[in-house]
Design a protein around this ligand. Structure first.
Ligand code: NAG
Length: 149
């Protein structure tokens, strides 16, 4: 289901990016093990790589306002597996890099829907993937919605 949704989202990104005249920006924080010397990076979702110029081994990337795992390419010197998790605040999605290593660049493309925005329009048309959460009943909800009473 999740993979199907991502697949649909990628197909629609292509169409939407033509109509969209404002480019979204992914404001990420690259975190090392132990969070020492972690650093922020702003990545406009215009398809151009943003170089980090850093050799700090990165374990997690905070992605509070863009669906980085699906819509960005994270370049590293070595092989890796990427997965997603939620930070201790219960809201911020993170990309987990296994094994931790330097990130040389991040490239993002497409658009996403902000939390509480509409992921489906009034006529039921798909608007886009949620930047940081789940599309439930046509609205992007925070990841922790299921754990709230
Ligand atoms: C990625 O995960 C697969 C399956 O668990 C594993 O076989 C592979 O070694 C992992 N690759 C890296 C670079 O960790």
């Amino acid at each position: 289901m999740k993979f199907f949704a991502s697949f649909v989202a990628i197909g629609l990104f292509a169409g939407f990016s033509l109509a969209q005249d404002t480019v979204q920006t992914a404001h990420v924080t690259l975190r090392s093990e132990g969070d020492d010397h972690s650093y922020p990076l702003a990545v406009p979702a215009d398809g151009n790589p943003v170089l980090t110029y850093s050799t700090l081994p990165i374990q997690r990337i905070d992605a509070p306002d863009f669906n980085v795992l699906e819509a960005c390419v994270i370049e590293t010197p070595g092989a890796k597996n990427l997965s997603s998790t939620i930070a201790a605040d219960g809201v911020t999605q993170q990309v987990v890099i296994d094994p931790p290593q330097a990130v040389t660049s991040i490239t993002c493309q497409g658009t996403c829907v902000e939390t509480y925005g509409s992921c489906f329009g009034p006529d039921g048309q798909y608007v886009g993937a949620c930047c940081n959460g789940l599309c439930i009943a046509s609205k992007c909800k925070p990841w922790n919605i299921g754990s709230q009473a």
